[in-house]
Write a protein that binds this ligand. Sequence first.
Ligand code: FAD
Length: 523
Amino acid sequence: MRDGRTEGDATHDAIREPTGDAIHDVIVVGSGAGAMTGALMAAADGLDTVVLERTALLGGTSAYSGAACWLPGTQVQERAGLGDSTDAARTYLRALVGDTGPDRREAFLRHAPELVARLESDPAVEFEWRAFPDYVAAPGRMDAGRSFVPRDLPQEELGDLLPLVRPAVDRDRAGQGHPDGPLTAGRALIGRLLLAATRTGNTTVRTGHRVIGLVTEHGRVTGVEAETPQGTVTVRARRGVLLAAGGFEGDDALRTEHGVPGAAAWTMAPPGATTGDLLRAAVRIGAATDLLDEAWWCPGTERPDGSAAFTLGLRGGIVVDAAGRRFANESLPYDRMGRALATAQAPAHLIFDSREGGGLPAITVPPADPEEHLASGVWVKADTLPELAERIGVPAGALTDTVARFDGHAATGTDPDHHRGEDPYDRFFADTRNAPGPNPCLVPLDRPPYYAARLVLADLGTKGGLRTDVHARVLDGAGDPIPGLYAAGNTSASFTGRVYPGPGVPIGTGMVFASLAVRDMTS
Ligand code: FAD
C-alpha cells in the first residue's frame, strides 16, 4: 500500500484502469518520461493506447528526476534567446561520441525540435529553459546549458490523477505522498504528459501490470503477458509494443552478469521497480543488446539504511580514496565523478569541515540529516584530521598531507593536481560566500571538527540495453528489426555510448525515441 493505493488499484474517473485480457492499437510498457511521451503521441494520433506499469505509481525514476530535457535547437531555447541550434548540438555530440551511432544521433537531432513543438501545442505541456551547463568542454557546448524543464503543475489540474504520480524520492522512500503545492520537476513532467494523454480520451492506464513476456505470431510481436494481482493477462497490440520500462539497475544478478559496478541497493531507481524484465523477454525472442556494462553514473553518499543519495554540486570538501589521496576534480559532472569513483581504491570518502555547521557541502537527493548519518556510522566526525583518518581506516599522514596540499591550492586559487574550478560546470555550484580564496571551488578545510561521509558508486539507471535503429525498432542479432517491437529510454542502449553529454540526455533521448517509435507504428 502506498498513498492509499494498492498494486492494481483501479479507480480514477479520468482514465479507465481495467484488468484482464484486452487488445489495443499500441502497448506502452513502463510509465517514465519516454513511455508517457510515446503514450501521448500515440493517443494524440487517435490510437487506442494502453500504458502497462508494474508498480502502483506512474513515473519511475523519471518522476524522481529534475526533469531536465536535453532537446537541442527547439522553440524553448529560441524563446530564451540562447542561440542554440541543431548544428551546434551536432558539433558537440560528434566531438563527444564520435561517429558511433551517427544515424540515431541524426534522428535524435532532427526530431527533437518537432517533438517539442508538438508537445507544447498541447495546453497541458509547457517547458522553460533553466541554466545548467553542458557537461564536457568540447566544440558546440553551451556553457550556460541548453536543457529545459517542465513548468510546475498545480495539483488541482491533475485532479484525481494526482495519486497516480510517483512522489519525489525522499517522500516516496518514506511512504509519503505529494506535499502541498504544485508538482515540480519530474512529477510535473509525468503529470503533464499524463494529463495530456488522458485528455485525448484514447489512453488506458493499467498499474500493477508487470510485463514478463512478449507474445509473437509469425515472427511479429503482437502483445505482452503481464502478471497482475488477479493473475496473468495477455494484452495484444494491433500496431506495436513500445518497451520503455527503465533498465536493469535494480537487479543484482543482471548487474553481475553484465559487469555493471555498484549495486541495486545504491541505484536511484525506485526499489524493485526496474529489474530488467523486458531485457530478458526481448532477448528470449532474439533481440540484440549493446553497452550492457554501462550506466548513468553518480557518486552516492551512503545512507543509514544502506541505500545511497545522488550527490552532486559540491560547494566544498574533497574526496579521497582508501589511501587518503584525491583522485579527481571533485566538482566534475556527476557521471564523470562516478566514473572516477569506479576506478578509485575503495572506500572513498567526502572529507569536509564545519564551514556549513556540520552539513554536507553538496546537494544530495534525498537530503541528508547529519545527526542520523553520524549515529549510524556512515558519517564520522573528529576534532583532528589524524583522528578522522584513523576512524575511517585511512593513513593519517596521507590524509593530513592531502588536506594541507589542498589548502595551499585554495590559497593560490589553482589546483594543478585536478584543475578544480577551471570549468564553467565546476563554478556553477560554487558558493562564493563560503570561499575565502580566489577560486570559489577551492575552499580550505580549516574549520574543525572534521567529517567524513562514505561515498559509493551510485547510478541513475543503466544505459545499455536493447539495440535499436532510427525508428526505435528493436533489432535482432542480424541487425534486422523485430516487427512490432520498439524500445526507448533505459530499456534501449543509448546512442551516447559511454558519455553523458549534458543535463537531460537520459530523459530527452527517451522522449525522442519513444515518439519516433510511435511515428513508425503509424506510418
Ligand atoms: P523510468 O523512469 O525508471 O521508468 C521505468 C518504469 O517502468 C517504472 O515506472 C517501472 O516501474 C516500470 N517497469 C519496470 N519494469 C516493468 C515491467 N516489467 N512491466 C511494467 N512496468 C515496468 N535524467 C534527465 O534526463 N534529466 C534530469 O534532470 C535527471 N535528473 C535526475 C534526478 C534524480 C534525483 C534521479 C534519480 C535521476 C535523474 N535523471 C535525470 C535520470 C533519469 O531520471 C533516468 O535515467 C530516466 O528517467 C529513466 O527513464 P526510463 O523511462 O528509462 O525509466
